[in-house]
Design a protein around this ligand. Structure first.
Ligand code: GFB
Length: 318
């Protein structure tokens, strides 16, 4: 890939988009195009068409999305399905019309059926019913990957879909009503430690299993796909192993230095029991995740301290 290619990172302020900008910049790509939401609302079809007509984009990373944890997904399904469908249809269609050479679309492991065999292979898509807590989001992401396939078939485009497992890393969302479990537990454990609490509340039973991928690994996989000769298809991106939410919470406590007890709130939803990805398709092409969970979590906790807590609030050196 030409280092001067005009690469549009849609969603550059988010956790995935910002990791992409870092990764591409480090690799020497010097023509990365970004737009804030105030300047380009990706749910506005005319604005998106205008942007692609005027900006001569070569490559698109479609990392802009409405995302959130189990509570946000289950309480705001309309926002999740509307915003994601609008962004996908606008960007994918305009990218096709302006003949971009490649587009990388980001989905999620929650596109797969709730009770499919584990680890989950790409071909299990649409084999049975979805997990209800994030069905609206999953339907929108399935639509996005099906759009990529349809445009490739009808127009010969090169649109590739990556399906990452649960992500974490710098620039994550620490708002407890909309965040995912890992940043939520980092914040809760940190605040519990500062208050000297005896217990840490954890949603659900603690028994669901989840797989966690550092967002820098995802950005690396996306750059790998961009630079490869792969021009279509769906690829799972994960680390290939998972742990229970209880084990995750114990690891967070170790990293943050909270020594109290875990208290599980079974009134909160567990969500899908397990969603471990089979990552052999991408590994077979030569890409593998490299950041171990505890190491990535330590770096993420430092990022949390830098971003979300001023020195005197935390009393902890970052
Ligand atoms: O990360 P999370 O919100 O999303 O929750 P999902 C994962 C598990 O952690 C669930 C439990 O069993 C939660 O009940 N959990 C424990 C917590 N404590 C907490 C907490 O304080 N906050 C949160 N958020 N969870 C999402 C989907 O599913 O995964 C999205 O809703 C997306 O669509 C994303 O696919 C990757 O893994 O259940």
């Amino acid at each position: 890939m030409n280092k001067h290619a005009r690469i549009f990172v849609a969603g550059h302020r988010g956790m995935v988009g910002s990791a992409l900008v870092r990764r591409l910049g480090a690799a020497g790509y010097d023509n990365i195009v970004t737009r804030t939401k105030a300047r380009l609302d990706l749910t506005d079809q005319q604005a998106v068409n205008r942007f692609f007509e005027e900006d001569q984009i070569d490559v698109v990373f479609l990392a802009a999305a409405r995302v959130g944890g189990i509570l946000a997904n289950s309480t705001m399904p309309a926002s999740f399905i509307y915003e994601n469908l609008a962004i996908e249809t606008n960007v994918i269609h305009a990218a096709c019309r302006s003949n971009v050479s490649k587009l990388v679309f980001f989905g999620s492991s929650c596109i797969y059926p709730k009770s499919c065999p584990q680890p989950i292979r790409e071909e299990y898509l649409l084999q049975s019913a979805l997990e209800p807590t994030n069905e609206a989001y999953a339907i929108a992401k399935i639509a996005g990957l099906k759009m990529c396939e349809a445009y490739n078939r009808q127009y010969g485009t090169h649109f590739v879909s990556l399906m990452p497992t649960n992500l974490y890393g710098p620039n994550d969302n620490y708002d407890l009503t909309s965040s995912h479990v890992l940043p939520a537990l980092i914040r809760k454990a940190h605040e519990a430690k500062l208050r000297g609490d005896a217990t840490l509340p954890v949603w659900g039973t603690g028994s669901p299993r989840r797989e966690f991928l550092h967002v820098d690994d995802l950005a690396d996989a996306a750059a790998f796909v961009m630079e490869s000769s792969v021009n279509d298809g769906v690829f799972n991106v994960g680390v290939g192993h998972d742990l229970t939410i209880r084990e995750l919470a114990q690891m967070v406590c170790r990293v943050v230095g909270f020594e109290g007890a875990l208290v599980f709130d079974a009134a909160k939803p567990d969500g899908t029991p397990r969603k471990l990805l089979d990552v052999s398709k991408l590994e077979g092409m030569g890409w593998k995740a490299s950041i171990a969970l505890e190491e990535g979590m330590r770096a993420t906790y430092r990022d949390f301290l830098d971003r979300c807590a001023s020195a005197q609030e935390t009393g902890v050196a970052a």
